[in-house]
Design a binder for this molecule. Sequence first.
Ligand SMILES: O=C(O)c1ccc[n+]([C@@H]2O[C@H](COP(=O)([O-])O)[C@@H](O)[C@H]2O)c1
Ligand SMILES: Cc1cc2nc[nH]c2cc1C
Length: 347
Amino acid sequence: MTVPYNPPAVPDLHSPALAAALQHRLDHLTKPLGALGRIESLALRLGLILGGTAPRLDAPQLVVFAADHGLAARGVSAYPADVTWQMVENFLAGGAAVSVLARQHGLALTVVDCGVCHDFAPRPGLVVRKPARGTADALDAPAMTPEQCAAALANGAELLRGLPGNALLLGEMGIGNTSSAALLLARLAGHDIAACTGAGTGLDADGIARKTAVLRAVLERHAGATAPLAALAALGGLEIATMTGAVLQAAAERRVIVVDGFIACAAVLVAARLAPAVTQRCVFAHRSGERGHGLMLDALGAEPLLDLGLRLGEGSGAALAWPLLVSACALLDGMASFAQAGVATAG
Ligand SMILES: O=C(O)c1ccc[n+]([C@@H]2O[C@H](COP(=O)([O-])O)[C@@H](O)[C@H]2O)c1
Ligand SMILES: Cc1cc2nc[nH]c2cc1C
């Protein structure tokens, strides 16, 4: 299957001179060498992405990509598929975890209907870009046709082009989407599906065993879908495909991409298989409680900032990590050097 989509160019960020200037600045601030730990590598990364020694985060955008999954009818989730549209209403009404966190941290929140089986009343904060009402049951057919997958990728890119600011925080909502993420991880990183399959919204051990059996059969059904976009179309969700297009566009525009949990990482995994330099623009917010997320982060070469046992999605982990990015920039910009403060350096 060929998906008619050309990813944008994502150049390497390699800049030894800027990296040296950032490291020099970090090393001369009034603290023992390296004492701000991972905040220092975060500051370095933000400087490299935004292209300066005093990076400024501007107008951060938290986008929740939502869609339904045909595979949900196979009992792979602990919750009914209707929760997808009901939670979209909750995001927009301001009552979801991510709504609260976005308000708290001054993040603009946009919800994108990428393929929910529901008609929403138009309102501010909701964007409808749906190539289909949910995916097909991947046990019967490819989840998306090549055209639907290409349309979702293009929608993500177009959406990003219209957003202000220089930081994108990824969120998602879709009953059944840990199945798609597990399938993509198994296929693109070459792991057994059992190591990639977890409880999602809360399956017990028997439920996880049934989910694993379904997913193993899906992989067999689509054994030929090995290229990244073919795998995305066969196994993925409409929200994952739209998010992949958004990630590629954000990376091409040199925005900071704050990656949430297991499903958001699956979109980044597809994007990184198409354009490896994508991960240079990513800050991985947290390690989620979902089995498989550790393998996913390893496949991306990622070290997440937080490890809180979150397994909510929605962009909640990205929003919780956001203040660390703000602090990293503030410290880089605002701390005095040893020379400025008249503090003695190490003997
Ligand atoms: O972000 C994660 O790591 C994560 C882990 C488990 C579940 N989720 C959320 O739960 C939903 C998918 O779970 P499931 O069991 O329906 O596949 C979806 O809406 C995700 O946002 C998210
Ligand atoms: C209630 C609920 C909220 C969610 N938010 C993201 N995924 C979710 C799944 C459920 C079931």
